[in-house]
Design a protein around this ligand. Structure first.
Ligand code: SF4
Length: 353
């Protein structure tokens, strides 16, 4: 089938299903998929928006943990579909629940849990890890609300164990002035994460050794180069980028922050953006009066997000028309309960911030 034929069939299926279906498109999704999205946004926003619709089916064009979040936050009758089950997130996959529970046991064994330790997980993690945080007085954070949540937990607890993105954790910890030696890295493949007992006892922040395979590729020399090549350009990056990149950038913040910053900037302004290429390309298209470029022109898109192709979407939609739910993502009730607990804490602690 040609691209045009697939697009027509997706729209035809949507016309049959009507308000029974809502298609969600993450900001990093490819153009030939996002054009079919009813709602676009980041993972948390999309899950919340979908839960407010009366749609029976939520087709999530994103990655696995996002579809799990939509199931956790959705209404009981809503069913979530991920058009390709192979669309995972390399960062989320860097922390499994078994590894996290093993790390927690090791901390307990050496007495670190005699201090008040809060487990905090980034939205980009499995439902099981969100539930682990819910059961252990912890919380979920997004890149938009990491700062108020760190502020709260640094005051109320002795230390935090942050999963799975070391860069977001380190960049946020730095904003609170935590020295690098008190932000230790936990490597799940090493005993005590590769640390001494003393290092773990003295740490303020234990960072899981995970990273985003897209944002982790931006380097400090990309910043230096673009500044040399384009005088007056401003560098705007996502906090999943390494600390040495964030430290020398002009601004850093979540995907929504990046979009708003560019939207509100005057015509003629110049931006080098360190985030996923599809989002940057769309900003270029929306604002031809501004000089917008990817911070590192040779970087690729999120390969796992890219797995959701129009072919997968048409297959999922036409099956729904035929009365068959394919690739449904279901989080079990116990996990859902505790993951919701962690998410509710997040909402309660960040309301109004
Ligand atoms: S961009 Fe990075 S964090 Fe986001 S889905 Fe892709 S691999 Fe995961």
């Amino acid at each position: 089938m040609s691209g045009a034929e697939i697009a027509e069939r997706i729209e035809a299926a949507r016309a049959v299903l009507g308000p029974r279906v809502v298609i969600l498109g993450h900001h990093y999704q490819r153009d030939d998929v996002i054009r079919h999205a009813d709602l676009t946004g980041d993972s948390y926003q999309l899950s919340v928006m979908a839960s407010k619709t009366d749609a029976e089916f939520i087709v999530f064009c994103g990655v696995h943990f996002m579809a799990e979040s939509a199931d956790i936050l959705g209404k009981p009758a809503q069913r979530v579909i991920l058009p390709d089950l192979g669309a995972g997130c390399s960062m989320a996959d860097m922390a499994t629940i078994d590894q996290v529970e093993d790390a927690w046991d090791q901390l307990r064994y050496i007495g670190v849990l005699d201090q008040r330790v809060a487990p905090i997980t980034y939205m980009n993690s499995s439902a099981a890890i969100k539930a682990f945080c819910g059961r252990n007085e912890g919380v979920v954070c997004t890149s938009s609300n990491a700062i108020p949540l760190f502020d709260h937990y640094l005051k109320e607890f002795d230390k935090m164990f942050f999963f799975p993105d070391q860069h977001l954790g380190r960049n946020t910890g730095s904003k609170f002035g935590i020295p690098l030696q008190q932000m230790v890295l936990w490597d799940p493949h090493k005993e005590l994460g590769g640390n001494t007992e003393e290092q773990l006892r003295d740490a303020k922040l234990i960072l899981w050794r995970g990273h985003c395979s897209v944002h982790g590729r931006f380097k400090d020399w990309h910043v230096d180069k673009v500044r040399r090549d384009v005088p007056g350009i401003q560098v705007l990056v996502h906090p999943e980028c390494p600390k040495e990149v964030v430290d020398i950038s002009d601004l850093d913040g979540s995907t929504s922050f990046i979009i708003k910053t560019v939207e509100n900037s005057p015509a003629g302004s110049k931006w080098a953006i360190g985030t996923e290429v599809n989002l940057v390309n769309r900003l270029q298209d929306r604002f031809p009066d501004k000089d917008i470029r990817l911070l590192a022109p040779d970087l690729c898109m999120c390969a796992t997000m890219y797995r959701i192709a129009p072919q997968n979407l048409v297959w999922a939609m036409e099956n729904l028309v035929a009365g068959k739910v394919v690739n449904e993502i279901v989080v079990d009730d116990e996990t859902k309960h505790w993951a919701k607990t962690a998410l509710s804490r997040m909402i309660a602690l960040t309301e109004g911030s």
